[in-house]
Design a protein around this ligand. Sequence first.
Ligand SMILES: [Fe+2]
Length: 153
Amino acid sequence: MMWHLISRLLRFLAAKPLLPREQLEVYDVLAPQLRQLFFRQRHEDQRHALAVKRWVEGVPELYEAALLHDVGKTESDLGAVARAFATVWHGAGMQARSRWHSYINHGAIGADLLEDRGASALAVAFTRHHPGPTPTGIRTDSWNALGEADERG
Ligand SMILES: [Fe+2]
């Protein structure tokens, strides 16, 4: 848990904004109503999402989930350190409020946004339920591939 948090923090701090060709790579695979959700993420989250997409390269039905699964983090607008604190706080069973609360609930927030904009059932489910067991109606191989890519990304 702690190593996981630290490695995530380091990747966040090292993340560079997407290059134009990388932006185009995203633009090409997302429907117009979903692109905006991707590009209004902090650049660190865009970088992570693109890394997740690249771990599932060659399986186009996973791209939307890979690129959009963390869009619910935008609302809380927390930096790396506050995210780590919010996670530890929540993990210790403490009640999180306002932006921390929003960060802890980013899965549900993002899934609602994606559902409103007609994202795939897989993208909505992964956003809402990751990390966790495969929900009913979702293929286990897709779910596991996305989960592993999210860990690595
Ligand atoms: Fe993620």
